[in-house]
Design a protein around this ligand. Structure first.
Ligand code: ATP
Length: 355
């Protein structure tokens, strides 16, 4: 019977061709964004600062009216539905709990402030809030005030408050942004569990790739108001659709190269074999550190050891590949010295037209 406290079925959210321009001229915050979020899905909006993540979340919430495009919740076009009537719950980075209300009253707030017709009876409110306090693992803190809680506890209360009204869609804007690393880690695991229990369609904004990779069913990667790719964590990491995605998600070394006669030429030397479909001519060769190994081979890439260190998992060398924009950390089996020259092979590589 306790299961009724939380809605179990999520709602599909669909945005179509969303444009939002704050300034009138210049590039828009959203330049035509389309995205379908499946019922019950946990989707991350990931991108650098200013890429449009918060704006997209606010458009879905109804806090921002798009200049063009539509928003659907299930079959309903909600583009013009006011925020209070969309059935969304929010948590923002700077959790605005009511300071003069206890934890219990904060969580109950959304239910109590409903018009009388839709307000549950007092006993039902108590039951629901009790269940939520258990869910966010704060059953003993019901009578505390926000000022008596840690940052992580406040964040959990904010989430419980958002869940209390049984939103069909839960929207989280950098929910753990202001917290220290260990607390963030604990809260991530816990959000995953809550999501499993409630099954609400959840969209969260983050600029932290680890957070997105660890938590999300799928990740939508935004860049300058456009979606560059939407996919499961392994898809965006192993099969990036653009150079931007490749360099934004997961470490990458990028080298200026040229595809010529079936080979990738670096520094005038033919190295890797080009894969079918790779464009001839100048390219950026992009490599993942975990695909690199130190190996003597005529087709190798070359680099210089900058540092090396022993770790619990073996020895790691920081290697600056000749012509690369950044150094990469590669697991090695031999001992090197700073300045040693090494040859490396890449088991996988990507090329993108030079840009
Ligand atoms: P961050 O990670 O820094 O929060 P973001 O990806 O969430 O960034 P948005 O906050 O959506 O990015 O901003 C996208 C663009 O729209 C930015 O150029 C921003 O300056 C602009 N913008 C956002 N809100 C407004 C506003 N209310 N008025 C004017 N410009 C705005």
């Amino acid at each position: 019977a306790a299961a009724r406290t939380l809605s179990s079925a999520g709602t599909e959210v669909r945005v179509e061709g969303i444009v939002k321009n704050f300034s009138g001229g210049g590039p828009a915050a959203l330049e035509g964004v389309s995205l379908v979020i499946a019922p019950g899905e946990l989707l991350a909006l990931l991108g650098p600062s200013g890429s449009g993540k918060t704006t997209l979340l606010r458009v879905i919430a109804g806090l921002e009216i798009p200049d063009a495009g539509r928003v659907f919740f299930g079959a309903q076009d909600t583009t013009d539905v006011p925020v209070q009537r969309r059935g969304v719950g929010f948590v923002f980075q700077h959790y605005a709990l009511f300071r003069h209300l206890t934890v219990f009253e904060n969580i109950a707030y959304g239910l109590r402030s409903r018009e009388r017709r839709r307000r549950p009876p007092e006993a039902e409110i108590r039951r629901r809030v009790g269940h939520l306090l258990d869910l966010v693992q704060l059953p003993t803190l019901a009578s505390r005030y926000p000022g008596q809680l840690s940052g992580g506890q406040r964040q959990r209360v904010a989430l419980a408050r958002a869940l209390a009204v049984e939103p069909s869609v839960l929207l989280l804007d950098e929910p753990f942004g202001a917290l220290d690393a260990q607390v963030r880690k604990d809260l991530r695991r816990w959000l995953r569990e809550i999501h499993r229990e409630t099954g609400q369609t959840t969209i969260f904004v983050t600029h932290d790739q680890d957070e997105a990779l660890e938590l999300a069913d799928r990740i939508a990667i935004l860049n300058r108001g456009r979606i560059e790719q939407v996919g499961a964590p392994h898809e965006v990491q192993d099969d990036p659709a653009s150079r931007f995605v490749m360099s934004f998600v997961g470490e990458t070394a990028r080298l200026a190269a040229e595809v010529m006669g079936g080979r990738v030429v670096v520094d005038g030397r033919p190295t890797l074999r080009a894969e079918p479909g790779w464009p001839e001519g100048p390219v950026d060769l992009c490599l993942r550190p975990w695909h690199l190994s130190v190996r003597q081979d005529p087709a190798a890439l070359y680099g210089t050891v900058r540092e090396w260190r022993r770790t619990a998992r073996g020895t790691v060398a920081e290697i600056q590949l000749d012509g690369a924009d950044s150094a990469v950390e590669v697991t090695v089996t031999e001992v090197y010295r700073k300045g040693d020259r090494v040859a490396l092979l890449a088991s996988e590589a990507r090329v993108f037209p030079r840009g």
